[in-house]
Each structure stands twice: as C-alpha cells, then as structure tokens.
Design a protein around this ligand. Structure first.
Ligand code: HEM
Length: 232
C-alpha cells in the first residue's frame, strides 16, 4: 500500500504533470494564465493575493532549501534558538498564506462577478490548496520539530525517488497528517497544467508581486476596443 502510494504514484502524478505541460503548451498555449479577475474585484484580491503569494512562495523556498541541503538545515537547527527562529518564521508564513487563501476563497464565493467566472477546476484547486496549508500547519504545530524530521525522514524519501529507488519506509514512519500533506502535494503537482495554476510554471507570481498597474482592454466581436480600464 505505502509502496503504491509513495513509491509508484509520485512517478505517475509527476508524469501526468509533465505530459500535461507539453499538451497544454501545444494545444492550448494562449490559455496559459492565471486568468486574472483583478479587473472584476481588486480590494479583497489584494488582501488575499499578497499574503498568500508571499507566504507560500517563501515556504516552498524553505522546502526546496531543506531538500537540497538537509545537512545544512540540521546544522542550523543544532542551536535551539536558531531552531525556534526558523520554526516561528515558518509558522508565521504558514498563517500568512492561510489567511490569504481564506480571503481568496471568500472572494470567490461571495463576489457575484468572480463567482460567475469560477469553474469546477478552480473549486478543486482551492480545496487542494486548503488541505495543503492546513496539513502543513498541522505538521508544524502538532509534530515538533518539523524542520528536523523533514530533513531526516521526508527528504531522504524524496531523494530515494530521484534516484529511482523509492524507499517508502521513511514515509511509513511519518504521522497520518504528514502522509496526507505529502500525497496532496503530489496531486497538486499533477493538477498544475490543467488549471489556472499553470501560471505557476511561468514563475509569474514573482513578477506579479512587483508589477506595475494593469491595463485591461476589453475586445468585443467586430474587433473594436470598447473599454479600457486601468487598475491598482
Ligand atoms: C505543493 C507543495 C507543498 C506546499 C504548498 C506545502 C505547504 C506547506 C505549508 C503551508 C506548511 C506550513 C508552514 C509552517 O508552518 O512551517 C508546510 C509545512 C511542512 N511541510 Fe509542506 N508543502 C508542500 C510539500 C511538502 C512535501 C512534498 C513535504 C514532504 C515530503 C512537505 C513537508 C512539510 C513539513 C515536514 C512541514 C512542517 C515544517 C516545520 O514545521 O518546520 N511539504 N508545508
């Protein structure tokens, strides 16, 4: 069972993502966007999008640094005060992302115009992200110290996958909450090319944080520009 979920499925789900990226690039290239709804509603979006993106990008960066240099992470954590600083920073960023995500979900559910543009993919993606953030916070709050056992158990499992020799005993010893966190991350990766998360592949969020005013042009049938709106 563990071998199937954490030894086989990671390859299957990542393969779906890779094939999906090529498929979307070839057949649906101009749909490659977050399909911004900024011109429909801007205020709640601001309070959701900024904390969400700053929080989640920095947390993912932390995951990646731990993946690349687990020894460095364990070395940093060997002094208690440094461990507390790291964990507290991670937890604060986790809550930042969580509240940002809640604001984005609230906006999608309550703003009539945004709701009208929300499809079932968007709902599924928001649920996946919510599960990811809640279980991530669960890892941090209930199973201390996450950054230590991340380096000692989760990272060796990921490296065993990269060397095509999956060792699922590492995952088997992790709490159920973490198993859900890990498997949900794989589902998240598989969904990227098929949803508005595709913008993630283009590193757009980074530009988004510092980009200038957005000019939105509405084109109607017949080719004439009927309205030009400038926001932010
Ligand atoms: C889509 C990918 C992922 C996202 C968006 C994500 C998100 C998060 C978030 C929001 C937190 C809470 C941050 C905190 O409170 O410190 C977290 C914590 C954590 N995640 Fe992930 N995660 C992802 C993938 C993974 C994977 C693949 C693993 C393991 C193989 C993992 C293991 C952990 C651990 C161990 C913690 C606790 C860290 C700590 O307490 O310092 N995550 N994650």
């Amino acid at each position: 069972m563990y071998m199937f979920l954490f030894g086989t499925m990671p390859y299957v789900l990542v393969a779906i993502a890779v094939v999906g990226v090529f498929w979307r690039f070839n057949y649906n290239r101009f749909s490659w966007s977050s399909q911004s709804s900024e011109f429909l509603e801007n205020k709640v979006l601001f309070f959701g999008s900024f904390p969400w993106h700053y929080g989640i990008i920095l947390i993912l960066l932390g995951h990646i640094i731990g993946l690349i240099i687990p020894g460095g992470l364990l070395w940093w954590n060997s002094v208690p005060v440094r461990l507390y600083i790291l964990e507290l920073t991670g937890l604060s960023l986790g809550f930042l992302a969580f509240f940002g995500l809640l604001a984005l979900i609230y906006r999608r559910l309550t703003n009539v115009r945004v709701k009208a543009l929300t499809n079932s993919w968007d709902v599924i993606i928001l649920i996946i992200l919510l599960i990811q953030v809640i279980t991530g916070l669960g890892n941090s709050i209930f199973f201390r110290w996450g950054s230590n056992w991340y380096a000692a158990s989760a990272v060796p499992w990921m490296w065993s996958l990269f060397s095509f020799n999956p060792d699922t005993t590492y995952v088997a010893s992790l709490p159920l909450n973490t198993k859900v966190h890990i498997f949900n991350a794989l589902i998240f990766i598989a969904f990227i090319p098929f949803s508005r998360l595709a913008h993630f592949v283009t590193i757009n969020p980074i530009k988004y944080l510092s980009r200038p005013y957005q000019v939105v042009r509405w084109y109607r049938r017949g080719g004439s520009t009927t309205n030009v709106v400038q926001y932010k």
